[in-house]
Design a protein. Structure first.
Length: 208
């Protein structure tokens, strides 16, 4: 049984989606970010970064970083349908797509959601957020170009971890329709991913 320390509408989506897609036994342990639970001593003992997700393995080891958790699950359970194994012809393209999303697109969102980290003047926040939206649109352009040529998924007809990660990041864009209207290939991939039963589970807000 995997224990996933989790919050809705965060990077927890990625590991949860892999667990759901693979049908792996797991338990979601909500972390109340609004209440600052992630900064408490109890959670810091689990994840010193005070971030979600974190995942406790059956042997007690705790992983954090969404991409690392997703990689671990795929390798541990031989989920070759989600992540091409080493020496697979699709492996290089998969790695390029996934790490572009995590290292470029995801990182750019920080300027939108945490503008206070990029200036000591609080009045700069609106300008920082506006420039972040411009940067995000630029970051998404290569993704759309790739999907237009190689789609509908990042690996052609094969759904993979890269598509899960992309959909997670798409949902963070505000308003999401602006992104989807500008990039039709991303919309097509995103809609296909969202139609999957396991993904719909992850997109459903928790009950109050």
């Amino acid at each position: 049984m995997y224990e996933l320390y989790w919050a809705y509408d965060t990077a927890s989506f990625g590991p949860q989606a892999v667990l759901e897609e693979a049908g792996l036994p797991h338990k979601l342990i909500p972390v109340d970010l609004a209440a600052g639970e992630n900064y408490g001593a109890a959670y810091r003992a689990i994840s010193p970064l005070a971030k979600v997700p974190a995942m406790r393995l059956p042997n007690g080891v705790v992983l954090y970083e969404a991409t690392a958790i997703m990689f671990y699950l795929c390798e541990e359970h031989g989920l070759d349908d989600l992540m091409p194994p080493p020496r697979d012809p699709q492996r290089a393209l998969f790695l390029r797509s996934l790490f572009y999303l995590s290292n470029n697109v995801q990182d750019t969102y920080k300027r939108f959601y945490y503008p206070q980290r990029f200036s000591t003047d609080p009045f700069d926040a609106p300008k920082i957020k506006a420039k972040a939206v411009e940067a995000l649109m630029d970051c998404w352009q290569p993704v759309d170009a790739h999907l237009s040529y190689h789609g509908p998924y990042h690996l052609g007809d094969s759904f993979s971890l890269a598509d899960i990660y992309m959909t997670m990041l798409v949902t963070w864009f505000q308003p999401v329709e602006d992104l989807l209207a500008a990039y039709p290939a991303i919309r097509n991939c995103h809609e296909k991913v969202c139609a999957r039963p396991a993904i719909r589970v992850c997109l459903t807000p928790p009950q109050a």
